[in-house]
Write a protein that binds this ligand. Structure first.
Ligand code: SF4
Length: 295
């Protein structure tokens, strides 16, 4: 079968400033928007540029489970201190449970039990009396290129050698454990720290990945320089995206300006069926990333 051609869509080009000497507009973005372009410019285009956006594939079970766990933890911090106990967890998880993407009810039930176990183990490590600086908190900051915003899972207040600090906490529910290198390399965590430092007016250098399935925490302590490096990279990505948008506005084919980047991600891509490169990749079942939990 020939590869499926993407549907003809309008490419929405953001408004450009047309007067010489006027500053370039800032690129409004979240870390995941930048990450989408870095992973695959074509996927970025399908998600953020083409309107209407091409149809996505079926929902993923691992996204359903991850979202359910994140919301249950958010709501746990929303409870009064005396109710932040393990007995509250089943009600919280049940109320937020997203059912989409599972192979069948039996698989969903097993994954629900696992998620509840992870939460049970995890909240035993938390002090219910400690109020984070923010839970699912949006932080925002501007640079000369970026108007950045993003929602951090949690921002803790800790007292370091130089007084109060804002610590970025990101929950993970994927299969593999995470290392300090993952925490160091995460552009999203660095950008949250950069923004949190400005929003909370205190240092924010420590970033943590809390992997619930293994109960491990991967930590990295940024420096001013390492945060600046990550911000610079984010600005370079934003500059590339704006250049691609301008090229399309000037008549270049959107397919050339936002090229495909075929690879292992294609099997997991929401746009696999509309993308010429993705159509050649073997797609994963929506429940593939939770199957190991039921083995
Ligand atoms: S299927 Fe692959 S090449 Fe196509 S948009 Fe998705 S990640 Fe990019």
């Amino acid at each position: 079968m020939p590869p499926t051609r993407p549907r003809a869509t309008k490419t929405a080009i953001p408004e450009q400033l047309g007067f010489a000497g006027m500053p370039e507009r800032l690129f409004v973005c979240t870390p995941s928007k930048l990450g989408a372009y870095t992973d695959c410019p074509r996927r970025y285009r399908y998600s953020y540029v083409d309107r209407p956006s091409p149809a996505r594939g079926a929902p993923w079970a691992h996204n359903s489970m991850g979202a359910s766990v994140h919301t249950a933890l958010k709501n746990w911090f929303g409870l009064p201190v005396e109710r932040r106990v393990r007995e509250s967890l089943p009600g919280l998880l049940k109320a937020t449970w997203v059912r989409e993407g599972y192979r069948d009810v039996e698989q969903e039930r097993i994954v629900y039990r696992k998620a509840l176990d992870w939460l049970d183990t995890y909240i035993a490590t938390l002090d219910p009396e400690e109020e984070p600086l923010g839970v699912e908190r949006v932080v925002a900051a501007k640079t000369s290129v970026l108007a950045l915003n993003g929602r951090a899972d949690r921002i803790d207040e800790r007292v370091g050698p130089e007084g109060s600090e804002a610590v970025i906490v990101d929950y993970k529910t994927g299969r593999s454990g995470l290392s300090a290198d993952d925490a160091r390399g995460s552009q999203a965590l660095a950008l949250y720290a950069f923004a949190a430092e400005r929003v909370f007016r205190r240092p924010s250098r420590r970033v943590e990945l809390h992997h619930l399935p293994t109960g491990t925490i991967a930590v990295h302590e940024h420096t001013e320089e390492s945060l600046a490096r990550q911000v610079r990279r984010a600005e370079e990505t934003a500059t590339d995206i704006m250049a691609a948008e301008k090229a399309v506005a000037a008549g270049e084919s959107p397919d050339d300006a936002f090229p495909v980047n075929p690879g292992v991600l294609c099997g997991w891509c929401d746009f696999r069926k509309v993308c010429p490169a993705g159509a050649e990749a073997t797609g994963k079942e929506p429940w593939a990333a939770v199957e190991h939990l039921t083995a």
